[in-house]
Design a protein around this ligand. Structure first.
Ligand code: ATP
Ligand code: MG
Length: 423
């Protein structure tokens, strides 16, 4: 017997019973982004490999070992996007959107990374990305934080996340720090694991990000980047924290927050949770002014963040009272030849006058009993029952499926009024 073909490891289906929660979250985040005047941008899922190598950095986890890269039929090296920042900036540069302009953009869609799949870590995952261009001051950094603060509140999970904040300074400031950090780690080589020894020569700041419990001490005693920041970087950071204080948004300064990607400078932040085990970062971002020049643009400003939707959904599943819409409100049962014909017509009339109502008509026949079972299974709140007798009298029976209320028989006009009241 042939084996059934299965999905690729780490790439998941979202089944119909899960989609209402996704749609709820998507609707809320579109709403929140709308209230801040952000516009959606839609971008290709595949880009030239060079784009990611040049923007994300050669010695990052993503470029070193996580990209889905392949040669297409022309022999060009292409990559399934591992993140959206590079593609979004590529598009804006290509279409001249960065010249003397300010932009506030968002995108939503799948990203691909060849990681070891585990809870909260997949090979295809969905991100909401938000990117802004052309704004230098920390007020836009604060705005991005406000957006997420509002979204957490809307979703009823504000108490489940904490904001962590750091400044990475400028590239020049980071270079000086890097030397100090490397010499500190060289004095503590015996305390480093293999991964960190490898990073010491390539991306030593990432060592600070280690999850290895045995290394927490050596990392905690490392010199702090904050002490190496110049006046301008410090002012940016202090203005941001003062703004957050003003707005009563609490944060923790985490001097070991370095982010995985090379392109950040000044502000970096993460929204973390304790509810999801080791995959606790739900949303992460920061300022990446220098990436614009790195990709061939004129000096400019950029700040953004990305949120992992699977982690957000996992967090929502731990919350109480998440209002999730039913996919069917009303289920129509038709028994008899006349009822079958008249039912379809009547259902269209209902949809015309109660467009908010989710009305499912039983198709494929069946006895009253079997249709009634399907009505119950659909999750609908009411069943509409049409038999030939009812139809000949111009009537409809309505039965509540969720409480013990008596079945009632109404005229078609009364039925429509009743259903309009539900929608
Ligand atoms: P991590 O440290 O967890 O690997 P990261 O720094 O690689 O995260 P980013 O590139 O900043 O993650 O992506 C932003 C967000 O996207 C993360 O905070 C997370 O919520 C989500 N994310 C990243 N990689 C994955 C993945 N493989 N599966 C699911 N979500 C992911
Ligand atoms: Mg990662």
């Amino acid at each position: 017997m042939a084996n059934n073909i299965q999905a690729i490891r780490g790439m998941h289906d979202v089944l119909p019973e899960q989609t209402p929660l996704w749609q709820y979250a998507e609707q809320q985040l579109r709403g929140v982004l709308g209230t801040y005047g952000y516009s959606e941008i839609r971008l290709p899922i595949v880009e030239k490999t060079e784009l990611f190598k040049r923007s994300i950095g050669e010695v990052t986890d993503i470029v070193e070992k996580e990209m889905y890269t392949f040669d297409d039929r022309n022999g060009d090296s292409l990559t399934l996007r591992p993140e959206g920042t590079a593609g979004c900036l590529r598009a804006c540069l290509e279409h001249g959107l960065l010249h003397n302009q300010v932009h506030r953009l968002w995108y939503y869609g799948p990203m691909y990374r060849h990681e070891r799949p585990q809870k909260g870590r997949y090979r295809q995952f969905i991100q909401l990305g938000v990117e802004t261009y052309g704004m230098e001051g920390p007020d836009i950094d604060a705005e991005l934080i406000l957006i997420m603060d509002r979204l957490w509140k809307k979703l009823g999970i504000r108490n489940k996340v904490r904001l962590q904040l750091n400044s990475l300074g400028t590239i020049a400031e980071r270079l000086v720090y890097r030397e100090t950090l490397v010499s500190y780690f060289q004095q503590n080589l015996d305390k480093l694991d293999d991964d960190s020894l490898r990073r010491l020569g390539t991306n030593p700041l990432r060592i600070l990000d280690t999850k290895n419990p045995a290394m927490q001490d050596v990392v905690a005693n490392a010199p702090e980047l904050m002490a190496f920041l110049g006046e301008d970087s410090l002012k940016h950071f202090n203005t941001l924290t003062a703004t957050l204080n003003d707005l009563e948004i609490s944060y923790e300064v985490n001097s070991r927050l370095v982010r995985g990607l090379d392109y950040y400078s000044k502000t970096v932040f993460e929204w973390v949770t304790d509810e999801l085990g080791s995959q606790g970062t739900v949303c992460a971002g920061g300022r990446y002014d220098s990436l614009i020049e790195q990709l061939g643009g004129k000096p400019n400003f950029a700040v953004g963040f990305a949120m992992g939707m699977e982690r957000l959904l996992a967090l929502l599943e731990t919350a109480d009272n998440v209002p999730v819409a039913r996919s069917v409100d009303v289920y129509m049962i038709r028994v008899g030849e006349i009822a079958e014909r008249e039912g379809l017509r009547f259902a269209e009339t209902i949809r015309n006058v109660a467009p908010g109502l989710k009305l499912q008509v039983n198709c494929g026949g069946g006895s009253f009993k079997s249709q009634f079972k399907k009505a119950d299974k659909s999750g609908a709140e009411y069943a509409l029952i049409l038999g030939d007798d009812e139809v000949s009298r111009g009537e409809v029976s309505i039965k509540s499926l969720r409480d013990g209320q008596e079945q009632q028989t109404l005229s078609q006009a009364q039925t429509i009024k009743f259903l309009q009241g539900l929608a």
